[in-house]
Design a protein around this ligand. Structure first.
Ligand SMILES: NC(=O)c1ccc[n+]([C@@H]2O[C@H](COP(=O)([O-])OP(=O)(O)OC[C@H]3O[C@@H](n4cnc5c(N)ncnc54)[C@H](O)[C@@H]3O)[C@@H](O)[C@H]2O)c1
Length: 384
């Protein structure tokens, strides 16, 4: 076994960095005291004098402006009490690091909530992923991904209604990697009790609120006994605070096998897991309902939360009026639910599902021929 004394200098530096990061997280976490009745990731925004909430809007690249326009039109027609504050996330270099503009950070911090269109990431050069930058800037610790079958869009699976919550800040994506010696690379999976507890508490509270009332932790503690073991033990401990929520755990490989065999037994559960497992399994669940084009998501933070579609900027169809705005619309519905605007959320959701079920005015990706604005107009008609 390699002791840290035998590591080359860069490796020692990386270990120091890892310990430093761990210390920073632990210090942060110590101040993260949560009373049992406090809601993790609670929306803190308030209405302005005009009776409306303000929401920061990142329209995004490629098809982003077109699908954002559909959301704006439908919200206006549904009289949703919010006004949009458009913000720019064009990256800037500050002290050699990619940062997003201060005005954007101020807007999201002030409003506590943002809706985000897709952002293009340059491959192999240029700025780092802005999605990652936003996640880090606002410490968006939980990624919430519900996947519900859509009537009118047939896939091999019917009646899917899964909810997956992924830890978003550490685990395998801590970014602590180094070359030990030429040809040997080490990557550190960082798991802390505090970050685990925060995302797990969010999962238990989400289960309680939505009436799913079962939480299942997905892990590989049989192999990663210490790291996943810590996540699992934290879940077991925390479950005692939620006697009304059933808790159990399942090995990741078993979950994958069972979900693709028959996803319906997962409909009454909230799945919660460390970062990498959540990244993979959430896309797998999206595949069950027809892919990323229909899948919404929410990135929940202590202070601010950002809701976004999980598909990309679709440069191949940008500007042609062919984009399907459903995923961003469903993300905006999650946002309304998070803000407590549940009546408006249900009304718009029903209109969307009715249009999709009818199948007359749907976009090309779903087998129809409607333009983006025609689909939005059909949803607006259903609101009446
Ligand atoms: N969350 C994000 O901001 C996010 C996520 C993924 C990719 N990206 C970025 O987007 C860019 C393009 O990535 P990509 O081509 O790999 O993936 P993509 O999701 O943009 O496109 C994949 C395919 O799906 C289609 N598609 C995607 N969304 C659609 C929609 N709403 N309606 C109809 N068709 C849709 C596209 O036309 C394309 O054929 C890259 O720069 C990538 O980094 C951003």
């Amino acid at each position: 076994m390699l002791g840290s004394r035998s590591l080359a200098t860069p490796a020692r530096q990386c270990l120091r960095q890892a310990r430093q990061q761990q210390f920073t997280r632990l210090s942060f976490a110590r101040s993260y005291a949560v009373a049992a009745d406090d809601k993790v990731g609670k929306f803190k925004g308030t209405k302005g004098n005009d009776g409306k909430y303000t929401v920061s809007l990142i329209e995004g690249d490629g098809i982003g402006p077109e699908i954002s326009q559909s959301v704006k039109d439908i919200f206006e027609a549904a009289n949703v009490p919010i006004k949009w504050e458009p913000v720019d996330v064009t990256p800037r270099l500050k002290d050699g690091k990619t940062v997003i503009p201060d005005e954007t950070i101020e807007s999201i911090s002030r409003n506590y909530v943002a809706l985000k269109g897709p952002l293009a990431t340059p491959v192999g050069k240029g700025h780092v992923s802005l999605n990652l930058t936003l996640r880090r800037t606002f410490n968006l610790f939980a990624n919430l991904r519900p996947c519900k079958s859509i009537h009118g869009y047939k896939t091999p699976y019917d009646g899917v209604d899964t909810v997956l919550i992924r830890e978003n800040t550490e685990g395998e994506y801590s970014g602590i990697e180094h070359v030990v010696v030429d040809g040997v690379v080490q990557s550190i999976k960082l798991i802390t009790r505090q970050a685990s507890e925060r995302v797990l508490r969010f999962a238990f509270q989400y289960a309680q609120e939505t009436g799913k009332n079962k939480v299942r932790a997905v892990h590989k503690a049989t192999i990663m006994k210490m790291s996943d073991g810590l996540f699992l033990n934290t879940a077991r401990e925390l479950s005692k605070e939620f006697p009304n929520v059933e808790f159990d755990a399942e090995l990741l490989d078993n979950t994958c096998l069972k979900v693709v065999t028959d996803p319906t037994p997962y409909n009454d559960k909230v799945l919660v897991m460390p970062n990498l497992y959540g990244d993979i399994l959430s896309d797998m669940c999206a595949g069950l309902i027809g892919g990323l084009g229909l899948t919404p998501s929410g990135n929940i933070g202590d202070e601010c939360s950002i809701f976004e579609a999980v598909h990309g900027s679709a440069p191949d169809i940008a500007g042609k009026g062919l984009a399907n705005p459903t995923a961003l619309l469903l993300s905006s519905i999650m946002m309304l639910q998070h803000m407590g605007l549940t009546t408006e959320a249900s009304k718009i959701e029903k209109a969307i599902f009715d249009v999709l079920a009818e199948g007359k005015t749907i976009t090309g990706d779903l087998g129809g021929s409607a333009k983006t604005h025609e689909y939005a107009a059909a949803v607006i008609k259903k609101l009446a």
